[in-house]
Design a protein around this ligand. Structure first.
Ligand SMILES: *Cc1c(COP(=O)(O)O)cnc(C)c1O
Length: 391
């Protein structure tokens, strides 16, 4: 059979049937597994025998989830993690040694920034931050002890694009490990290993679950790095729970379908905002006015579910706008079936001074929409009435 398509892999990759011949995969809620004999137990412990031993190490539900994601991302190996943050922390902590240096883009998820700025330095690992789209800055930031490049694309919340092919080439030339947090795009829109990424990280909490129910994450990529991450998790405990893996594996069955709708709804929201007199500027990776439109087209199948815009009236208007929304949720999440609006200046980035906010591209009236799966007409009507009411 020729290579199966994304949707087929996402639906037909399944844990082996039990003797009950169930159609849907059952939930293996068990902390441990039994051995038939002392010898089998010894073999499982030593690694001579393959099989499940304890759910911190492996479980049929987590194995199925990882197997699917490996196929969808096109990677050699993978391991599931309890959360997206565990994927970020474990991938860095398991590969890097004291004295190593990272180059990372500055517009990464807030807690990832906290890890590289405040936690890793305690273990002698330092980081230089660069603008995601400044190629010269990436090259210049590389030091003799640099071991790894870390990037998120599209970036949060301003949706700038990292040139994955450039970074893949740079990491190869300089013998660096290239790590991409692919949470915003999902493997349906972008497969970083095609451009030379060595490791791909996910917060499965976002689009992969897509319905705001569970936390989870994954590390996917080359065996040599994933096996270090697996060992680290097995010993230190950031394993994904079987229940969450079961939910997430089911969720992957509809990822393609959902991403198509997230993206087509996002295009509608983008077009509406672009034509609205109360909106000064709109950012969408596949919008033809995005400064990196060509690059986004090359790397991403569709433009994604996030749209950014600057509304007139600054910070106070931004907060008034949020309060006037009737359908959109105000919550610290993204990638959900429910549309979400956030105003970084008064929430996620409120601890930064206005100058610092501007340095990461957050203007006072910047609003980020995580466009959900409701009917697009209701979404733009909600945004329209809130723009009027918040004038
Ligand atoms: C949410 C998020 C994370 C962290 O994931 P959790 O599952 O919340 O721990 C990491 N990276 C990105 C880009 C995210 O959006």
């Amino acid at each position: 059979m020729r290579n199966l398509h994304f949707e087929t892999l996402a639906i037909r990759t399944q844990a082996e049937q039990t003797q009950h011949k169930e159609h849907a995969v059952p939930l293996f809620l068990t902390s441990s597994f039994t051995f038939d004999s002392a010898e089998e137990g010894a073999g499982l412990f030593s690694g001579d025998l393959e099989g499940n031993l304890y759910s911190r190490f492996s479980n049929p539900n987590t194995d199925e989830f990882v197997e699917k994601l490996k196929l969808l991302e096109g990677t050699e190996d993978g391991v599931a993690t309890a959360t997206g943050m565990a994927a970020v922390f474990v991938s860095l902590a398991s590969i890097l040694e004291s004295g190593d240096h990272i180059v990372a883009s500055s517009a990464i998820f807030g807690n990832s920034l906290n890890i590289v700025q405040n936690i890793l330095p305690k273990y002698g690992i330092t980081t230089s931050l660069v603008e995601v789209d400044d190629q010269i800055a990436w090259e210049k930031a590389i030091q003799p002890n640099t071991k790894l490049l870390f990037v998120e694309t599209p970036s949060n919340p301003t949706l700038k694009i990292a040139d994955l092919e450039f970074l893949g080439r740079l990491s190869k030339e300089r013998n660096l490990i290239f790590v991409v947090d692919n949470c915003f795009a999902t493997p349906y829109l972008q497969q970083p290993t095609r451009f030379g990424a060595d490791l791909v990280l996910h917060s499965a909490t976002k689009y992969i679950d897509g319905q705001g129910r569970v936390l989870g994450g994954a590390i996917l990529g080359k065996k040599e790095y994933v096996s270090k991450a697996y060992d680290f998790i097995r010993r230190t405990g950031a394993s994904l729970s079987p229940f969450n893996a079961w939910v997430l594996s089911k969720s992957l069955e509809t990822l393609g379908l959902r991403m198509d709708r997230h993206c087509s709804n996002a295009v509608k929201v983008y077009e509406f905002l672009k034509s609205h007199p109360e909106v000064v500027g709109v950012t969408y990776p596949h919008g033809d006015d995005h400064p990196q439109f060509e690059l986004a087209k090359k790397q991403m199948k569709l433009g994604g579910g996030l749209v950014g815009c600057e509304i007139k009236g600054g910070k106070e208007r931004g907060a008034r706008f949020l309060n006037a929304l009737k359908i959109h949720s105000l919550t610290a999440n993204l990638g959900d079936a429910r549309s979400i609006a956030t105003h970084p200046a008064s929430t996620t980035h409120s601890k930064l001074s206005e100058e610092q906010q501007l340095a990461v591209g957050i203007t006072p009236g910047f609003i980020r929409f995580s466009v959900g799966l409701e009917h697009w007409e209701d979404l733009i009507e909600d945004i329209g009435q809130a723009l009027e009411k918040s004038k």
